[in-house]
Design a protein around this ligand. Structure first.
Ligand code: ZN
Ligand code: MN
Ligand code: MN
Length: 311
């Protein structure tokens, strides 16, 4: 069975994210444990923690639930005030994941803001060491490959490798999250078969797919190498259906949690993207997943057409 899901909202309480994931027929899912656009986070309430954990177990998401760091922290910043605030947020997120028994925390690698990769690397690696020393738990920190925006850290695999080399000894605390749209924007051509093969092989020789615990499956609104980070519905962007088909042929890729961070608009909703992944992977979804889809969709819903192609 595939573990396909989307990022769901915690509006109304963290546990509500689990209901949403279940209702969409997800078999994995991701959340922000708090508002991702602010620095402040109110503590998790005892009741929502219990409810979140109970629902994760009830719906079979254990081991396939993911948290993503909020947007503002920059763990590679050369500015002390930003850096300290970012580290504090990071440590706090690690604790929140532990409280919710979330096994993975995806982090962005940040921007060196012109200070250079080496300087950014020292800051980022320092932050990771400080975080794992101050919070001893089993939450695995996943470094996400970036899209290659100006000054951003870790879009090329050789840069990720440099970071990994600095983190040796932390193998049981860290890992990677591979984002297809980011890799594509950073210049890895996931649109054509040869490009997918080369990308998969290069990543394997530098990082190793066994060190990847979560895949972010996103199509891209821009051409390969654009350095821009705008996600598109699966198959409707520049990677295209074929690109995802090739990528999902690898067993060691499609057996991981596949999290979609795709838009929701008049062209397609979450269920449409989830169903599209099952379709392109050539794997039949279990009956329970179909049941959720048919419960959620009306006959004239845009996503219904994709669901029907699976029936
Ligand atoms: Zn991310
Ligand atoms: Mn991502
Ligand atoms: Mn992105």
């Amino acid at each position: 069975m595939l573990r396909v899901g989307v990022h769901t909202s915690i509006s109304g309480g963290v546990d509500k994210s689990v209901d949403r994931a279940y209702q969409l027929g997800c078999t994995s899912f991701q959340i922000f444990t708090r508002n991702p656009r602010g620095w402040k986070a109110s503590p998790l309430k005892e009741e929502e923690k219990v409810l979140y954990k109970t629902k994760v177990r009830r719906y079979g998401f254990e081991g396939f639930n993911v948290a993503h760091m909020p947007y503002l922290p920059n763990l590679s910043s050369p500015k002390d005030d930003i850096y300290e605030k970012s580290l504090e947020t990071f440590i706090n997120e690690l604790r929140r994941c532990e409280e919710l028994e979330i096994p993975y925390l995806v982090i962005h690698l940040g921007s060196h803001m012109g200070s250079g990769f080496e300087s950014g690397k020292k800051r980022l690696v320092g932050a990771i060491y400080k975080a794992v020393e101050s919070v001893e738990n089993s939450v695995r920190i996943l470094l996400e490959n970036m899209a290659g925006q100006k000054n951003n850290m870790g879009s090329r695999f050789e840069d990720l490798r440099k970071l990994m080399d600095e983190l040796s000894g932390l193998e049981d605390r860290i890992g990677f999250c591979f984002d297809t749209a980011h890799a594509f924007s950073a210049g890895y051509d996931l649109k054509v078969k040869s490009g997918v093969r080369e990308t998969v092989e290069e990543f394997n020789s530098l990082i190793g797919w066994e060190n990847v615990y979560v895949i972010h499956l996103n199509d891209s609104k821009h051409e390969v190498g654009s350095g821009r980070d705008h996600h598109e519905h699966i198959g409707l962007g520049y990677i295209g259906e074929k690109g995802f088909q090739y990528f999902l042929e690898y067993d060691f890729i499609r057996s991981k949690p596949l999290i979609l961070e795709t838009p929701v608009d008049s062209r397609r909703g979450d269920i449409g993207n989830i169903a599209m992944v099952w379709l392109l992977a050539g794997v039949e979804p279990p009956k329970e997943v179909f049941d959720r889809w048919l419960e959620a969709l009306s006959e004239d819903d845009v996503d219904m057409e994709i669901v029907k192609r699976l029936m």
